[in-house]
Design a protein around this ligand. Structure first.
Ligand SMILES: *Cc1c(COP(=O)(O)O)cnc(C)c1O
Length: 427
């Protein structure tokens, strides 16, 4: 039998760090990553045959649960008709219609292959449309790994950051590439000026742990953007079609000018999208001067999977997601309380976070302080040993899916009680 350790060792020889995305490497929690052999519903099985209740769900790309039979059938069917043509397809029109139908004000979208591409292209579009250079982003918000947005970013990037003053975050990103990026604290409405092209925000921050917007924050951004003629961009790569049919936009009732999507809308295949009004989107090639392209954009397998997922997400599905997330958050909080471990379990709709400490952070500094307490690795490994897969990094959130059952939650909460007791005993 192949073991996780063997595969990791071989991977380390031919893949940097043995992984194709940094947080998978267990760098911030220590140890050897599990290599997934297969997954179904709420569970993944590693190559050693061990079953885990999976709260990673590909960082939110899988909302129905793994290998949903409807998605599998749609992808199989699409693959049989050819996987990419270099010509437009009906699936692209259908997915674009599904998105625009869910988001009032979103009149057109351009499909791409990742959230990174969506944010990178949306930023270029915003700068092209306004003729302005400055992009405002918030510390701890992650918008993918394009150069201009890789400043005080959350997610895996956050692990190398001590404060929020580190700009840029990565070697190889020049000072010039982030010279027009301004990083500000989350949940504080800034005063803008007319150099600002776009204000990029995660309407619910989910890459520095879970940090919901304070009342008035999103409304304040809307008003400031209107005052100076800047575009407001909601990065709904996580929240899109997850917090509600119309994502954070619907849930908070604030309408941005530009949206980014990814994860959920691809049903586990590589898809991203960005969109805006028809007037703004007309500035994009081929109709306008802002160039953007992609060989595999709107890929038929991906659009088939994404459409299948969006069709399954009816009102009952959102209700179920919220019920599951509430049960998970409540169960975890009770586990920490019972053991006397100081921890908070914030929830926003179907998203659940976890911070060790006494108060829920409202910004990146707060999140960094909580992580600095250093309790997450032990919690993570304790849960993993008991059959629960959490993200191997303290700045991620939990993604309960439609496939998680009461029995799955019982297993998770039971494990949390045991691990919290171990933590309380100083383990
Ligand atoms: C994951 C994520 C991205 C990047 O998407 P990729 O598909 O990983 O490139 C961008 N923005 C947010 C908010 C994300 O969570």
């Amino acid at each position: 039998m192949t073991t996780n350790a063997e595969l990791f060792e071989r991977g380390l020889r031919v893949i940097p760090g043995g992984v194709n995305s940094p947080v998978r490497a267990f760098r911030s929690v220590g140890g050897t990553p599990y290599f997934v052999a297969r997954a179904e519903g709420a569970h993944v099985w590693d190559v050693e045959g061990r079953r885990l209740v999976d709260l990673v769900q590909s960082y939110g790309a899988s909302i129905l649960g793994h290998a949903d039979p409807r998605v599998v059938a749609a992808v199989r069917d699409a693959a049989g008709r050819g996987s990419t043509y270099g010509a437009p397809t009906e699936g692209e029109v259908l997915l674009a219609e599904a998105l625009t139908g869910r988001y009032p004000g979103l009149e057109q979208v351009r499909l791409v292959s990742s959230g990174t591409e969506a944010a990178m292209s949306a930023l270029r579009l915003a700068r092209g449309v306004t003729g302005r250079a400055t992009a405002v982003k918030f510390a701890g918000n992650y918008h993918g790994h394009s150069d201009a947005l890789l400043a005080a970013a959350g997610s895996g990037v956050a692990e190398g950051v001590i404060g929020t003053e580190v700009v840029p975050d990565s070697a190889g990103v020049t000072a010039g590439a982030v010279a027009d990026t301004v990083v500000l604290p989350y949940n504080v409405v800034p005063t803008l000026d007319d150099s600002v092209a776009v204000v990029c925000v995660e309407p619910v921050a989910a890459n520095m742990g879970l940090v919901p917007p304070e009342p008035g924050f999103l409304e304040g951004l809307r008003a400031e953007c209107d005052r100076v003629g800047a575009l407001l961009l909601f990065d709904e790569v996580i929240t899109g079609c997850r917090l509600a049919a119309g994502g954070a936009t619907e849930r908070f009732g604030v309408r941005p000018d530009v949206w980014c999507f990814g994860k959920v809308i691809g049903g586990g295949l590589p898809v991203g999208a960005f969109g805006a009004s028809a007037e703004v989107m007309a500035e994009l090639a081929p109709t306008g001067p802002v160039y953007q392209a992609g060989t595999l954009s709107g890929n038929p397998l991906a659009t088939a999977a994404g459409l299948t997922v969006l069709r399954a997400l009816d009102a009952a599905a959102y209700e179920q997601l919220e019920t599951t997330a509430t049960a998970l958050a409540t169960g975890l909080r009770l586990a920490f309380d019972a053991a006397g471990v100081e921890a908070v379990v914030p929830r926003c709709g179907p998203l659940v976070g976890l911070f060790f400490g006494t108060a829920s952070p409202v910004d990146f500094d707060g999140a960094v302080r909580s992580v600095a307490a250093g309790r997450y690795p032990a919690f993570f490994h304790g849960m993993l040993e008991r059959g629960v897969a959490l993200a191997p990094g303290p700045y991620e959130v939990m993604f309960p899916s439609l496939a998680h059952t009461d029995a799955d939650l019982e297993l998770v909460v039971g494990a949390a009680h045991e691990v919290a007791a171990v933590l309380a005993a100083g383990g």
